[in-house]
Each structure stands twice: as C-alpha cells, then as structure tokens.
Design a binder for this molecule. Structure first.
Ligand code: KIV
Length: 252
C-alpha cells in the first residue's frame, strides 16, 4: 500500500476512480490510478437502482471479485453496503468478507457515529477509508444530495467527524459535496489525506464515479463533473452502425 500520508505531506495529489467490472478495473489500473473503489454507486450506474440503498453485500462481493482480477498496482477499496455495519461485530464480519473477495481496504459512511465500527475494523488490521459529508446511503432521510457545511453547526460536526475517523485509524477520508472553505479547514486539521468528490480543490486527492467521468451514464451527470469522454455516444453510434449494416448492408 502506498504511503498516502506521505503523499499528503509532499503535496502529491491522490487519484481515485470507481470500477465495477474487469475491463474497467484493468484499464484504470494500467492508467496508473492510485486507488480503485468498488463503490456501492454500482447500484445506480450498473444495476439500475434509484440510489445506493438497495445494494446488497452479495452484489458488492460479486463486483469486488470481478474488479480484483483486473487490479495489479492500485489499492483496491470496497464499499460496505447499507445495513452491513450496524454493530462493530457485523462491521468486522462484512469487512472480512470483502477482503476475502479481493479488497485491500474497505469504506463505510459516517463519522463520529461510526467510530466503534471503524476501530473494530482497523484493530483487525484491515485498512479503512472513511466517508463523511453527504452520505448517499442516507439520501432518503436527507431528501436529496445536498451540499454539507453551509451552517456553523454542520461545519463543526464535519470537522469533528474528520478528526474522529482519523483517531479511529482511517488512512484517508472521502469528503462528499462539502463546501470548499470547510474542506480547506478539515484538510489542514488532519494528517490523513482528504479525498474529495464535488468538494472543490482543497482536498489532498479527488475521486469520481468513472461512469460520470467517461460519460457512460448520460441520463444524469452530477453538476460538479466535467466528463472527459462521451462513451455513451460512442456506444449509440456503434450500435446504430451495426443495425444499419445488418439491415441494409450487402448480402453475402
Ligand atoms: O459509491 C461510490 O462510488 C462512492 C464514491 C463516489 C465516493 O462512495
């Protein structure tokens, strides 16, 4: 595992993208990405669920095994899906299953409220990535994907979350759609790297859902993403060319 704290100290930005299948994992790995996350975003961009709250552990294990076959260099992190870390014991059992499936580290959503689970996981020697800010597994209670850190109390709670997950042994923390000014304060206040998604430039690294980056989920693109490719358009073009050629091309 790379020394991510050292990368932060040296000002070397950390790069992370999601993968859910073998070819994408292998392509990202060959591109030199630092971290590949088997995110529970698989539920939305691959499985067609409305949000991540229906993703099961068996789906995460299946995709983790698939991705693991394509990764040689990057750190492979797997998400712990909703309702699989209600207690420290359950969290450890879930983390172990993901590690057995090929993950080198695990991630779950929450800060201060999940410290017993995080401590239990790190005590087992399983590297742990935290995730605070907007928590997609709570999107239903929250009523949408809302920016975090707008009020003083929210900002204070975020800082407390970041410090708590660092103390509990996390090697890094994802900050999802957090106000840039608060991100700056958090990044300065802790020694583990902050990895941002929709949280501006003051993080020690950035993570994106690969489908958003490459334009493979054209029905919805978060506002903070600037796609670097239009893969959905290419698929449509290739399919249309095949259909046209098959229906109207020369008969052999
Ligand atoms: O599930 C996921 O893909 C994630 C990242 C976007 C941080 O948690």
């Amino acid at each position: 595992m790379k020394n991510f704290r050292e990368m932060k100290r040296q000002g070397e930005k950390i790069t992370a993208l999601t993968a859910y299948d073998y070819p994408t994992a292998r392509l990202l790995d060959e591109s030199g990405i630092d971290i590949i996350l088997v995110g529970d975003s698989v539920g939305m961009v691959v499985l067609g669920y409305e949000d991540t709250t229906r993703v099961t552990l068996s789906e995460m294990l299946h995709h983790t095994r698939t991705v693991a076959r394509g990764v040689k260099h990057a750190l492979l992190v797997a998400d712990m899906p909703i309702h699989t870390y209600e207690t420290p014991e359950q969290a450890v059992a879930t983390a172990r299953q993901l590690v057995d499936a090929g993950a080198q580290a695990v991630k779950l959503e929450g800060g201060v409220n999940r410290v017993p689970q995080i401590e239990a996981i790190t005590r087992e020697g399983i590297p742990f990535m935290a995730h605070i800010g907007m928590l997609p597994q709570s999107v239903r209670e929250e009523g949408g994907y809302k920016v975090k850190g707008r009020t003083q109390s929210e900002a204070e709670a975020l800082l407390a979350d970041a410090q708590a997950v660092e103390r509990a042994g996390a090697f890094s923390v994802v900050l999802e759609i957090v106000l840039a000014e608060i991100v700056k304060q958090i990044t300065r206040a802790i020694e583990i790297p902050t990895i941002g998604i929709g949280s501006g430039e003051h993080c020690d690294g950035q993570i994106l859902v690969t489908h958003d980056l490459i334009g493979l989920f054209p029905w919805f693109t978060p506002k903070f993403v600037s796609p670097q490719a239009r893969v959905a358009d290419e698929i449509r073009r290739a399919a249309a060319a095949f259909i046209e050629q098959t229906r109207n091309g020369p008969r052999i």
